[in-house]
Design a protein around this ligand. Structure first.
Ligand SMILES: O=C(O)c1ccccc1NCC(=O)[C@H](O)[C@H](O)COP(=O)(O)O
Length: 213
């Protein structure tokens, strides 16, 4: 089966176009003011309209309150809300009701027992995203370019197709696919020249290398 690809934290038309032309399946807008990739919902809506119907639009959020979810639903109209904070499974139903979008839940992974959280989400999230736990003191819960030990995924099965994230880049995505057999990959800082600045060549290379594997 073809690996599904999400390019996250896009902020410019040029780089969004490279992702779309390369055939990315998901494109992500980060709505989190502490992030160098942050877009206000209205700005994200204006940028991501060109992606509608070509790739799934994902709004990446961290513990969003109801008002923010409603604002995102009204403006960006995403296909998915990605929850990247300490949301509980019970919150997913409310997220769906407020936005009409599907739910991607990111789970931070450093060691084997971090996968225990996946069970509670298996009925609540459309997709889980296994992302590296950021280093202590990091201002961001995601988009920091750290990876976890991919062999921790060996022998695990999940109810829905899931994403591998954290520290992926054009040079290691093929190996990540080989080791984990993940059906979906997600990348942000690995296709940037500096934090928050996406690099068209790296996006194209990432998609090409993931597809070739
Ligand atoms: O990217 C961000 O700035 C961000 C901020 C707050 C929460 C989540 C964020 N990113 C989520 C993603 O989906 C990233 O693509 C994922 O964490 C992988 O990032 P990277 O290791 O840089 O590829």
């Amino acid at each position: 089966m073809t690996t599904k690809i999400k390019i996250c934290g896009l902020t410019t038309p040029d780089t969004l176009d490279v992702a779309l032309e390369g055939g990315a399946d998901f494109v992500g807008a980060v709505v989190f003011p502490k992030s160098p990739r942050h877009l206000e919902p209205e700005a994200a809506a204006a940028l991501f309209e060109r992606a509608r119907g070509r790739a799934k639009i994902v709004a990446v959020t961290v513990d969003p309150d109801d008002a923010l979810l409603q604002q995102i639903a009204r403006t960006l109209r995403p296909d998915f809300i990605q929850l990247h904070g300490s949301e509980t499974p019970g919150r997913a139903e409310r997220v769906r009701a407020l936005t009409g979008a599907g739910v991607i839940k990111a789970l931070p992974i450093r060691q084997a027992d971090d996968f225990a959280a996946a069970d509670a989400w298996s009925d609540e999230a459309d997709h889980l995203m296994f992302d590296a736990k950021p280093p202590e003191g990091s201002a961001l819960p995601g988009g920091v370019g750290h990876s976890f030990d991919w062999t921790l995924l060996a022998g695990r099965a999940f109810r829905h197709p899931w994403f591998l994230a954290g520290g992926l880049n054009p040079d290691n995505v093929a190996e990540a696919l080989r080791i984990t057999g993940t059906p979906m990959v997600d990348v942000s800082s690995g296709v940037e020249s500096t934090p928050g600045v996406k690099d068209a060549g790296r996006i194209a290379a990432f998609i090409q290398n993931a597809r070739r594997s």
